[in-house]
Design a binder for this molecule. Structure first.
Ligand code: HEM
Length: 466
């Protein structure tokens, strides 16, 4: 006999809409998990949603024979903007397979190594900006990392310069992207008819989507007007042929994927760098250890690609940051459509789960599971993520890049970019938290991804003694 899912009762028709704060839904869901346990059910817009919040359940749903990605909630709404792009396509849609097969080689480690010089160029712009600021200027940490990561993905993948460091305002793409992500998030729990009652929000949403598409359309037109032999993502989208069928991508599909790369390729990495700086600023010992490693391995020399594989402590800091703050905090799965019968079960047969039932994996509690990480699971301890300890973790206890075939295609890109930026910043600066009232506690801002809120610091160029 299957067990009833735990969870707050909710109201007729509207379900659990009031149990989730629309400005910080993930934090609300984590609170519900604390109260109801690692598996619970909520109801939104007439649909059940199952949530899981520990490693054992995550391990179960990472079995790709039994579970697969479902595009639902905010991601389903995002299809209003990017259709059946790599990120938002249902796994059985032909355009997912086509884009996946064409793009995989362009995102492999060798191709990413080829992007080192352009990544270095943008990271140098950030170093120059902060050096010119001087030690008293207050830096908005997330804003500058967003400038950096947006410019980096735009240059490396599409050969274009957004020049975000040379303007006070962010590129219009950023505002439009935040608007489109936020509105997609707000639309997810409300019934479709309710959108008609919100004409101003709908008009803004459509305007934001237009800005995103126009940015991509201009970039595509510019490349077609000035073709290059560069082996970047844009040329791969334009010229790539499916190794299976020989087919090329349609213009619509190219544009959808350009927007997705610009969005997915910077938000999450910017959040990762910002969260790590929060730990650097709050834990001087972590900062000193990381900086000591950069001094030992790189010293005063120019950083090369070879240095990046010799920074195990920095790499552990990145892993530990993504463990505590998975910047893409929720993975959505469903029972595999090929399963026979009504579908399958969860929690070793305890709960029934039907076909097309979405399961939301709450990565923060999953990656802070005390059964895996111990009593100090909520603490930042980079040592537990050093290679020798990382490889011993039980499988599926660290999943910030998602799972299997539908996992992140940009992981190698994000890793190389993050290591390079960190090494350059630590080589050149010391930092201090800007917190005049000495009260700063980490605040978390959510769109589709997570970032620290109101985090400010100062950067002082290091006085090197040779
Ligand atoms: C997919 C996380 C960086 C492009 C994903 C997924 C996660 C993720 C969790 C799976 C989403 C799902 O299950 O629905 C991250 C994190 C990053 C990062 C934490 C940085 C720290 C990047 C970068 C790019 C990128 C730099 C592009 C260069 C994509 C794309 C997908 C994806 C296109 C969809 C893949 C597919 O479904 O086939 N990412 N990502 N990501 N990511 Fe990333």
């Amino acid at each position: 006999m299957a067990t009833e899912y735990p969870g707050p009762k909710g109201y007729p028709f509207i379900g659990n809409i009031f149990d989730v704060d629309p400005t910080s839904p993930v934090a609300s869901l984590e609170k519900i998990a604390e109260r109801y346990g690692p598996i619970f059910k909520l109801r939104f817009a007439g649909m059940d949603r199952i949530f899981i919040a520990n490693r054992e359940l995550m391990d179960e749903v990472c079995d790709e024979k039994r579970f697969t990605k479902i595009v639902a909630g905010p991601q389903l709404q995002l299809r209003n903007c990017v259709g059946d792009s790599l990120f938002t396509a249902h796994s059985d849609e032909p355009n997912w397979g086509l884009a996946h097969r064409i793009l995989m080689p362009a995102m492999g480690p060798l191709a990413i190594r080829g992007m080192f010089d352009e990544m270095h160029d943008l990271a140098s712009q950030l170093v120059t900006k902060w050096a010119r600021f001087g030690s008293q200027e207050v830096i908005d940490v997330s804003a500058d990392f967003t400038r950096l990561t947006l410019d980096t993905i735009a240059l490396c993948s599409m050969g274009t310069r957004f020049n975000s460091f040379y303007t006070d305002e962010m590129h219009p793409f950023v505002g439009a992207m935040l608007g489109a992500l936020q509105e997609s998030g707000r639309r997810a729990p409300r019934p479709a008819w309710a959108n008609h009652l919100l004409p101003a929000a709908t008009a803004q949403y459509e305007e934001d989507i237009r800005t995103l598409t126009e940015t991509a359309t201009e970039l595509l037109a510019a490349r077609r007007a000035n073709p290059s032999k560069k082996k970047d993502i844009l040329n791969t989208l334009i010229n790539g042929r499916d190794p299976k069928t020989g087919e090329k991508m349609s213009d619509k599909s190219i544009l959808n994927n350009m927007v997705v790369f610009l969005i997915a390729g910077h938000e999450t990495t910017s959040g990762l760098l910002s969260f790590l700086f929060h730990y650097f600023l709050k834990h001087p010992l972590v900062f000193q250890t990381a900086q000591g490693e950069v001094d030992r391995v790189v010293g005063r020399k120019a950083i090369t690609i070879e240095h990046l594989s010799k920074l195990p402590y920095l790499e552990a800091c990145l892993r530990e940051t993504l463990r505590l703050h998975p910047t893409a905090p929720v993975t959505l799965l469903k029972p595999h459509p090929d399963l026979p019968g009504f579908a399958t079960t969860l929690a070793r047969g305890q709960y029934e789960i039907r076909k097309d039932q979405a399961i939301a994996c709450l990565l923060t509690p999953i990656q802070r599971d005390p059964a895996v990480y111990g009593a100090d699971a909520n603490e930042f301890r980079a040592e537990r993520m050093l290679d020798e300890n990382f490889v011993k973790l039980p499988k599926n206890s660290w999943k910030p890049f998602g799972n299997g075939l539908r996992g992140c295609i940009g992981r190698a890109f994000a890793w190389q970019e993050s290591l390079l930026v960190l090494a350059m910043l630590l080589q050149n600066f010391n930092f201090e938290l800007y917190d005049p009232s000495s009260t700063y506690e980490l605040q978390i801002k959510q769109t589709l991804t997570l970032k620290p809120g109101n985090l400010f610091m100062r950067a002082a160029v290091r006085e090197h003694v040779d």
